[in-house]
Design a protein around this ligand. Structure first.
Ligand code: PMT
Length: 407
């Protein structure tokens, strides 16, 4: 049999296994997901471990299996919050009646239910139970609640059951579930074959050998966009100011310090790119002179002044090109009249699209893990509510992929 295409390359799937005879099928499901290139972490409830041993899943997934919420050794390796943030998709297969009830009720009394509460990842459920339990109004109500909250329900299938009954309640086959996962990830528009250049982080404008002007940008938004563009199939070049972040796998990174250096790197990279995204917080000004030696305090004065010169506007320079002009996206970091100022920048800088963020909002913007933005272009605007930057980045890339012209 031939190996399937890596349609789930590097997708991070957390597979939850609850107590039910169908748990044995999940071993095959891990294989199917891994064959397609996914990274799989397995979480088992106590009930699941009555049916099949964690060691089987450890061997198949290549990762230790997570079973306890309060296990110090497991928490030291990958804590439950870390695991919740790691997942792009939580798939519970089999999902027992008990698990559906717990999730609908918002319980957090074991590792799996806690992870589902703590994670902002998409949740997919593959129910498996006796047909009477599935038909019970309590289960139906729980399923309805979960679906209303956005959970995906895959199955169950109908047929003969392990207990001898016939009816709905059989877990979907591993192949079918793997195909559902593929479909889910395929739903986002593709950037396959596209070259994307992204600027990220702050710039540092030197004053003397030990001092600089800069800002609070952490690079998180730009790095998340780079990972999302890569996941959408693009070849990504990330031009990063001084930040303390790991390079997303598969992304080409160019480190720069000042705005002039960032401009030069951006101009070079943009020659070959289809989409340019300016997420960096570029300093608008730099000191007119960079002192060769550390500037000394003047003994007889309590004040001093600093002469500044304007930096080039990198994103506007790219958008002003007559030739080799990529689809150009800017960000607007605003503290007041956010949409008004963003619309003005869209026009003034001749951008195709601008992403406005209110950086005065709490837990948003600079140096936060979360952001809330409004995307504006000539056709109008759409607000993307507060979410992790990683999630927002995927939404932004999907939106940009839809709007960037096919070359
Ligand atoms: O890095 P994080 O901590 O994750 O924070 C993310 C962010 C808040 C920095 C990011 O979401 C953001 O808003 N980036 C743009 C910040 C900014 O400088 O905004 P601006 O309104 O000053 O600039 C508008 C646009 O022009 C931006 O695309 C900017 O990259 C670009 N610009 C600005 C000045 C300049 N000299 N050259 C530019 O290219």
């Amino acid at each position: 049999m031939s190996t399937p295409a890596p349609t789930l390359s590097r997708k991070r799937i957390l597979l939850g296994i609850s107590g039910g005879i169908a748990a044995y099928k999940s071993a095959d499901l891990v294989r199917r997901l891994k064959e397609r290139g996914a990274e799989v972490q397995v979480v088992m409830t106590a009930g699941a471990q009555e049916f099949i041993r964690p060691l089987t899943f450890q061997a198949l997934s290549g990762n230790p299996v997570h079973t306890d919420l309060l296990d110090p050794a497991a928490e030291a390796a990958m804590g439950h919050i870390e695991l919740a943030k790691w997942a792009e998709l939580i798939l519970i297969a089999p999902a027992s009646a008990q698990v559906l009830a717990k999730l609908a009720g918002g319980f957090a009394d074991d590792l799996l239910s806690t992870l589902c509460l703590a994670s902002e990842a998409k949740l997919a459920l593959a129910p498996a139970m006796n047909q009477a339990m599935w038909r019970h109004p309590a289960t139906a109500a729980n399923v309805q609640t979960l679906a209303t909250r956005g959970a995906l329900l895959w199955g169950p299938a109908a047929g003969s059951q392990a207990c001898g009954d016939v009816g709905p309640g059989r877990m979907l086959e591993p192949d079918t579930l793997a195909a559902e996962v593929e479909k889910l990830f395929r739903a986002s528009p593709s950037l396959a074959g596209k070259q994307v250049v992204i600027t990220a982080g702050p710039t540092r404008e030197a004053l003397d050998p030990v001092r600089f002007l800069s800002n609070h940008s952490s690079g998180k938004m730009g790095f998340a966009l780079a990972a999302a563009a890569r996941d959408a199939g693009a070849e990504v070049t990330l031009i990063a100011g001084p930040v303390n972040l790991a390079t997303p796998a598969g992304v080409k990174r160019i480190d720069v310090t000042g705005a002039l250096e960032m401009r030069d790197a951006a101009e070079r990279a943009a020659d070959l790119c289809d989409i340019f995204i300016g997420a960096a917080a570029v300093a608008d000004f730099r000191p007119a002179q960079v002192a060769e030696q550390k500037i000394k305090k003047t003994a007889d004065s309590d004040s001093d002044s600093l002469a500044l010169v304007k930096n080039p506007d990198i994103v506007a320079g790219i958008a002003a090109r007559r030739q080799r002009r990529p689809f150009t996206v800017g960000f607007a970091a605003e503290t007041e009249k956010v949409l008004e100022h963003a619309r003005d920048k869209l026009q003034r800088k001749n951008l195709d699209l601008i992403v406005a963020n209110d950086v005065s909002a709490e837990d948003s913007g600079f140096n936060s893990d979360r952001n809330a933005v409004t995307v504006i272009d000539a056709a109008g605007s759409s607000a993307l509510p507060a979410a992790l930057k990683t999630e927002l980045a995927a939404q932004l890339i999907a939106l940009i992929a839809e709007r960037a012209p096919v070359k």
